[in-house]
Ligand binder design. Structure first.
Ligand code: GLC
Length: 754
């Protein structure tokens, strides 16, 4: 047993009486706190600062590679965490050095971007969110943790919960769209999936990993949709729109949080005391530890708030940053800054306690090699049931945007000649999207392969012609596709973006399909054959032309390892699509940002009379999105009717039950995501014209009717008012129970009286 372990156990009795820190630990467990303080008491200042230092092994590069080779620090016991190191054997080498060859033998935390799967890759988070299936998203995060922990990792830099309203920004693909309520629910589900539940005790299990809610704060509000750009927001908008998902993740037990690259109202998040200490620690009581984003401290110099890395390190520590991600600023400057009395050792101690506590909770001090078992890795990764869940996640994430004349599904028993066309049809490289963890781009099931498999032994015949590349074409390739189209009954065209046109540092000022693909569709349109397009993208695209000119549209996102099977399950009707958009599709880039929970303005457009002058409208476009938040079709139809409230008056100690009947009025069984929206008609600040307050996903057989009930409580009406304090205001409210954010067929009113 390592010296440190003996000391920990010997010292605890001493620490029962001597420690009187005002440290509020994440676990609140006195034994853990005493162990942490025992270790802390053994550490030199340099060793403490080492725990606050994280380095990238650069085995996968997720940012500008830093020159510092961290191995010398590792050998001196001056590394707290390593990321981008993978495989059991690779990680074991580093852990062995840290544990067996350094003075104190403190184990290392190994982190990685396990964003939407580790080896089994699920749909990108923006796509998975369109399932509105919280249990499914918890399950996929759970599977990701199973695989990542089996491969040596104990920390993921996920969930990304940044609210995003601008599809020019490439990282919309990582989040859950534009709505604070849905984004909060999904954030909770994913944190619990990674960590094995709300209880911190689950962290000691072998198949759980630390989550890291990111990027705090308002990274998705990047001006002009340009990555890393400034976020200029009122405190009121931050509190009502951007903060809720971070808070929800923290309330769900998120063990760590990542500071964002961007500045918020003039102060970079990494040096933003108001964000990292006032909001996180004092208001939200966050007790985990805060890590910067990649070289976030160094970037304070480029931001222009620090003259050099040393000043940057001081600003970051004072703001509340506990760990420096691969910037090597803490390890280089904190000791000097401490000697110069520019920072306090107690601030360093607090950061180190938070980091050490997580290592204790994970059980790394008891067994630093607990995640490092080759056999477990082989047995766990890509288990059949994991792949089956991935296939299910694909079909649930697809959103049917248009389906004229019920072109889809394509009946397996019909003698239909289907032309399989487009650059994404027989492609597997793009299916995993960005942040594919350790997925293998060549292993993902292409749509072509999925269709061939699912339609095996059916009467449907498929013929394939690519038609064009993602971003280039020849007249020959298009002509071949057109000739095939003329001999076919239905054209199934898979179009979209390359996987790396979204994700980090992947923003676009033109979000239409590439010209080559537009050219292919225009030529196919001339054949007069019915066209269904499958869109693979990491963002809402401007598909106005396509919406006008094709017969069916299935938004596929980037579906991951089992993409082709999941898409084929929907095309064949094996699964009736139920996905609903979590981010509005603009008619054109000029509309951005366009989102459902907008403010009324003093001159709101009357959508029934949109041409009235002097209204908040455009001369050249409707103000409504092409496809709104909460929208998605099914192969069947539903009606929601007979909305009734058990009372129309809500008081501080009561609740309202809103009930509606949902009927499947079509010929196929299907699921529907029933949504409840409210509007606060008069507030001390302007209030959104609509806010999602609840949703339920139900399954209905043809002609089946079910009651759906929503409970409305005063807390659900709370918001940050004129003084940026959380309040509930008396007054009148509207209520809808709907099939989308624009469906207003079922509405009612109620009042809240304190
Ligand atoms: C990247 C991303 C962040 C990621 C980190 C580590 O720059 O901004 O989301 O977790 O670096 O790879």
């Amino acid at each position: 047993m390592k010296l440190i372990n003996i000391i920990i156990f010997l010292f605890i009795p001493i620490y029962l009486f001597s420690q009187n820190t005002n440290w509020k630990s994440y676990s609140g467990d006195k034994r853990i706190e005493q162990k942490v303080d025992s270790v802390l008491s053994l550490m030199t200042l340099k060793e403490k600062i080492g725990q606050m230092s994280q380095f990238s092994a650069n085995w996968s590069v997720t940012g500008p590679v830093m020159p510092d080779d961290f191995l010398p620090y590792l050998k001196e016991g001056l590394v707290g965490s390593v990321f981008n190191a993978v495989t059991v054997s690779g990680i074991k080498k580093f852990q062995k050095t840290a544990v067996e060859e350094t003075r104190l033998g403190i184990p290392i935390l190994f982190g990685y971007d396990v964003i939407h799967g580790y080896k089994t890759i699920f749909p990108i988070p923006l796509g998975e969110a369109c399932s509105w299936d919280l249990n499914l998203m918890k399950q996929t995060a759970r599977i990701a943790a199973e695989e990542a922990s089996a491969d040596g990792l104990s920390w993921t830099f996920a969930p990304m919960v940044d609210i995003a309203r601008d599809p020019r920004w490439g990282r919309v693909m990582e989040g859950s769209g534009e709505d604070p309520f849905l984004g909060s629910e999904i954030a909770k589900a994913r944190v619990e999936g990674f960590q094995g539940g709300k209880d911190w005790n689950s962290l000691k299990n072998i198949n759980t990993i630390l989550s890291c809610v990111k990027h705090f704060a308002a990274y998705g509000a990047a001006e002009s949709g340009r990555d890393y750009n400034v976020a200029e927001l009122s405190e009121n908008t931050m509190r009502n729109i951007y903060f809720p998902p971070y808070k929800a993740a923290i309330d769900a037990g998120a063990a760590t949080l990542m500071a964002a690259f961007n500045e918020v109202n003039g102060v970079p998040s990494t040096a933003n005391h108001w964000l990292l200490t006032h909001i996180l620690r004092q208001e939200w009581d966050f007790k985990g530890f805060i890590v910067t984003d990649y070289t976030g401290i160094n970037e304070l110099v480029a931001h222009g708030v620090a003259k050099d890395d040393k000043q940057a390190a001081m600003l970051a520590l004072k703001a509340g940053v506990d760990m420096d991600m691969t910037g090597a600023t803490y390890i280089k400057y904190l000791e000097t800054l401490s000697k110069e009395n520019k920072i306090s050792e107690e601030q360093i101690n607090m950061a180190v306690r938070r980091i050490l506590e997580m290592k204790f909770l994970l059980g790394l001090f008891d067994n630093p090699y607990k995640y490092l078992n080759e056999n477990r890795s082989k047995k766990t990764i890509q288990k059949p049931e994991f792949l089956e869940t991935a296939r299910k996640a694909v079909s649930r994430s697809l959103v049917l945007l248009k389906n004229n004349n019920r072109l889809l599904p394509i009946d397996k028993n019909s003698y239909t000649k289907v032309a399989l066309l487009g650059p994404m049809m027989n492609d597997s490289v793009n299916l995993n999207g960005e942040w594919q963890g350790r997925g293998n781009r060549n292993e993902s099931i292409s749509i072509y392969k999925g269709l061939k498999e699912v339609y095996k032994n059916s009467k449907v015949s498929f013929n394939y012609s690519k038609g064009c590349e993602v971003n280039s074409f020849t007249s020959k390739s298009i002509n071949e596709a057109v000739e095939l189209a003329k001999k076919s009954d239905i054209l199934l065209v898979a179009v979209g973006e390359n996987f790396n046109w979204s994700g980090e540092a992947a923003c676009r000022t033109n979000i239409k399909l590439p010209k080559a693909q537009q050219e292919l569709l225009k030529e196919l349109k001339k054949t007069g054959k019915p066209i269904a397009i499958l869109i693979l993208s990491g963002r809402p695209l401007d598909i106005s032309w396509e919406t006008e000119n094709v017969d069916a549209i299935l938004q596929v996102w980037f579906p991951g390892s089992m993409g082709g099977y999941g898409v084929a399950d929907v095309i064949s009707g094996k699964y009736n699509p139920a996905g609903k958009l979590v981010m509005s599709f603009p008619r054109n880039i000029g509309q951005i940002p366009v989102y459902y929970n907008q403010k009324s303005t003093g001159r709101p457009v009357d959508l029934k009379n949109p041409n009235i002058d002097y209204k908040s409208s455009y001369l050249d476009s409707p103000i409504t999105p092409l496809f709104p938040f909460g929208y998605g079709l099914s192969y069947t139809t539903f009606s929601i009717e007979n909305l009734r409230l058990n009372t129309h008056v809500l008081s501080s100690d009561s609740k309202i039950i809103a009930t509606a009947d949902v009927v499947n009025t079509g010929k196929r069984e299907g699921e529907i995501i029933v949504q409840m929206y409210c509007r606060d008609l008069v507030g001390s600040v302007t209030r959104p014209v609509k806010e999602l307050k609840g949703f339920k996903k139900i399954q209905l057989k043809p002609n089946e009717k079910k009651q759906v009930k929503f409970v409305i409580t005063p807390e659900m009406l709370s918001f940050y008012g004129i003084n940026n304090k959380k309040i509930i205001e008396s007054g009148e409210y509207k209520l809808w129970i709907s099939q989308s954010s624009v469906d207003e067929t079922n509405t009612s009113v109620f009042s809240y009286e304190e």
